[in-house]
Structures are given as C-alpha cells and as structure tokens.
Design a protein around this ligand. Sequence first.
Ligand SMILES: NC(=O)C1=CN([C@@H]2O[C@H](COP(=O)(O)OP(=O)(O)OC[C@H]3O[C@@H](n4cnc5c(N)ncnc54)[C@H](OP(=O)(O)O)[C@@H]3O)[C@@H](O)[C@H]2O)[C@@H](O)CC1
Ligand SMILES: Nc1ncnc2c1ncn2[C@@H]1O[C@H](COP(=O)(O)OP(=O)(O)O)[C@@H](O)[C@H]1O
Ligand SMILES: [K+]
Length: 446
Amino acid sequence: MARLHDGALMERAAAGLAAAVLDLLGGGYGRRVLLLVGSGDNGGDGLLAGSMLARRGVRVEALLLSDHAHAAGLAALRAAGGLTVREVRDLHPRPDVVIDAIVGIGGRPGLRPAAVEALESFAGVPVVAVDVPSGVDVDTGEVDGPHVTADLTVTFGTHKVAHLVDPAASACGALHAVDIGLDLPEPAVEALQPADVRRLLPQPALHAHKYTRGVVGVRAGSSTYPGAALLAVAGANTGLAGMVRYVGSEAVASRVREAHPEVVGEGRVQAWVVGPGGGNDAAAMLDAARADGVPLVVDADALAHVDGTLPGCVLTPHAGELAGILGLAREEVEARPLAHVRGAADRFDCVVLLKGHRTLVAAPDGLVRATSTGTPWLATAGAGDVLAGLVGSLLAAGLPAFDAASLGAWVHGAAGTRASRGGPLTATTLAGSIPLLMRDLLARQG
Ligand SMILES: NC(=O)C1=CN([C@@H]2O[C@H](COP(=O)(O)OP(=O)(O)OC[C@H]3O[C@@H](n4cnc5c(N)ncnc54)[C@H](OP(=O)(O)O)[C@@H]3O)[C@@H](O)[C@H]2O)[C@@H](O)CC1
Ligand SMILES: Nc1ncnc2c1ncn2[C@@H]1O[C@H](COP(=O)(O)OP(=O)(O)O)[C@@H](O)[C@H]1O
Ligand SMILES: [K+]
C-alpha cells in the first residue's frame, strides 16, 4: 500500500464495487441502494462507491453507524445527491440491495447492536459485502458473535483467509475480486487455480512405462466393508499412476479384481493407501504399510492408530476423525478448522487434509491450501474412500505430499461438480468422472 496514494487505491476499490453492484442490479437508474457505513476505510469504500452509483441514477441512502465516517467518502456521496441518515426508521423501507460497508480488514470480530438492528430490518434483501462480510474474523475464518451473511462479496487486491476458510467462507456468498494493483507478499493460505492444477498434474513422459509412472498400493476393506476397498481402488485406478496393487483378504481381493481387472496383488509400491473400511484390521494394515518406508495416505479406520510422526505422509480425516485424533469435540474442529488442521500437521510432522465443504490441506511448515472446488452432493458414502485412493496415486506418481493432497482435493471436488451437474451423485460415478475431468482440464492447455 505504501507505493500508491491511499486515495488511488480506494478509488479503484470503489469503482470495482460500484461496477459489481450495477451488474447485480442489472442497471442504475431508479434502483435503490442502502449503504451500512462504519467508521473506517471500509465505510469509505462504500460511501465512494455510493457516490458513483448515485451519479448513475441510483437512489443511494447511507445509514451512518458511527459518529465518524470517512470524510472524503461522505463529501463525495453528498455531492452526488446521496442521502445520509443516522436512524433505521428514517430509511426507505425497501432497498434493492444492502451494501455492507460496516468493517473490513481493520474490524474486530462481531457486530455492534446498531448494525445488527439494521441488518435485521432488511432481512431478505440481497447483501453485497465490501471486502469481507462484517463481523467475521478476517485472518482465521472463525466466527464469534453476529456477522453479515452476504450474497456477494467484492474484495480488493487479494482474497483474504476469511474468503477461503469456513465458517467465514460460507458467509461470503459469491466472490468477486477487484485488482487494485497491490504488490502482494507470499500468502499464508492459497487456493489452486486450473492453471496450477495443469502444471502439477503428473503426465507420462514420452518413453514412460508403467513402473516409471509409479505403483500405488491399497490396503483397505474388510468382510464388513468390502465396498470401501472397491472405492479406494477406484480412486487409485484412474490412470494417474502406472499400476495399482491391492492387498487384503482373498474374498475382498477377488471382488476387487472382478471390478478392476487391471489391479494386481502384493509387490513393490511407491505409496500406500491405508484404512478405508479396514475395521479391526486397520492397525495391522497401517503397520504393514509403514514397514515399507514409502509415503502413506492414512484414512478412516487407520487414523485412530497413528502415533508419533509420519514425515512425507498424508492424513485424510474429516472433522469428526480429526477431533478423535486430537481429543476434541467435532464442533471445536468445525469452529476453528484452520487452527486445528495446522496444529495436526505440526504435531504429526506430515500433511493433513481436513475434509469438508472447504477441504483444507496443511503442511508441517504452516502453509495451507484451501479447496475451492466441490459440491455438497459429495457428502455421500464412499466419496472419502475415492479421495484417499486418488491422493495415493498422486503420491505414487512422485508428487510431494502437500501437492498430492491439495491437487487430489481439487480434482476430487471438480470431478464431483462435473459428475453431479447440480444433481445427486454416488461415489462410483464420482470415481468414473475423474479421468474425464482431467481430460477436459488438459484439453484447455492451449
Ligand atoms: N488494505 C488495502 O489495500 C485497501 C483497503 N481498503 C479498504 O479499507 C478497509 C480497511 O479499513 P480500515 O483499516 O480503516 O478498517 P475498517 O475495516 O474499515 O474498520 C476499522 C474501524 O471500524 C471500527 N470497528 C472495529 N471493529 C468493529 C466492529 N466489530 N463493529 C463496528 N465497528 C468496528 C473501529 O473504529 P471505532 O468505531 O472503534 O472507533 C475501527 O477503527 C479494507 O477492508 C478495504 O475495504 C480499500 O479502500 C483500498 C485498499
Ligand atoms: N457439504 C459438502 N460440500 C462439499 N464437499 C463435501 C461436503 N461434505 C463432504 N464433502 C466431501 O465429500 C467427501 C466425504 O468424505 P468422507 O467424509 O470421508 O465420507 P466417506 O467416509 O463416506 O467416504 C470429502 O472429500 C469431503 O470433502
Ligand atoms: K464489510
């Protein structure tokens, strides 16, 4: 920010915000916009955008929630014909859009009573949040007390942690980022984009053979849960590694071979997937896989048997499983997923992939990737088994654990969205759509 005059940045931010609001309204003239304005620069963005909207024929009213408001923004709005009031009762009752310019990155979590009252008065009106939904904790994605739930969040310069990490991310609605020309430092949390995925995706070299592409082994399933073996193998057997081995009871192994004739038995592997549907055998599966000294994906029933550290490996718990490992309640993990996934990566000295609506992948050094793909239709039995197999195949193909886990989560989510097309999904169709998704992605390579 030091390189550019403050006013220039705010001008760009406000112009981007005003354009997004005009888009949402489908025009300017005759529309009504209500600004909820706090005391800082976030309020300034709102006021300045309000002045731009007013000049396009929008009727703009600003509710000033603090004794002091951004002076230049206030002057601009008034000069453009916008109205300012201090009480909800003085406002027009039916705006087309509410703009939340209460607080941005400088705010403390929670909302003051006047803001809560104003938001309640206009419940049901679409809300556009300026930079972040006010009230969430911007740097952790945590929520403590009342906060805005937006339909659209227009953010400036870069995404913030609260845009990527739940529970705050779920309060953002659709996200629109406006480039205001900031020179940015390395991020603490990143989200892979399609170009990153294309770059990371392992592709066969010209003279590849199956062993140079990597062999992934799966130790999963039991007489109680044979299906988990089939689904973990389906996730591993999408063509990303050169070969898949399955090791388990003959009863399960014969069903795996029937469903996946390419799959072979015991032998050397470059990575193991351990645990899905393992039941009482999970501890022995984990011991056997560990003895090989190759990277592991530790999932489901095997997670309860993890002790010590597992450098180079990936743990794939959902919130309940992570809570179990850390001795917490599931709600505690769900309220602070970023803190807990980082804590677990540090404690086990390995990559931890915390599954959920916004899957998070943490490395022991604290770097985190948040997954922006996926659909709630993925909340279906066996989807996690497919993910474990997929991440295992990426490990076997030679990717470092952090890349394998975050790439796997991205591809898994995108394949889920592709296969779902807005409707229900089973884990079997999900696995089948993974190669198709990758083909689409590589075809766009240009
Ligand atoms: N950085 C950039 O590159 C750019 C930043 N820009 C914009 O600036 C924004 C940051 O502005 P900022 O720093 O002035 O802080 P901001 O979020 O407006 O709030 C701080 C004030 O709010 C108050 N307050 C605190 N907690 C509260 C609560 N819970 N509920 C109610 N009030 C609360 C507290 O004052 P108090 O009322 O306590 O006196 C405090 O001083 C940023 O998000 C973006 O929109 C763009 O214009 C251009 C480029
Ligand atoms: N609401 C949701 N939105 C997006 N993805 C979800 C949601 N719920 C679950 N998922 C994804 O679906 C998968 C479910 O895995 P898991 O909980 O292990 O189920 P299972 O053990 O039945 O396979 C995970 O990859 C998770 O990220
Ligand atoms: K805001």
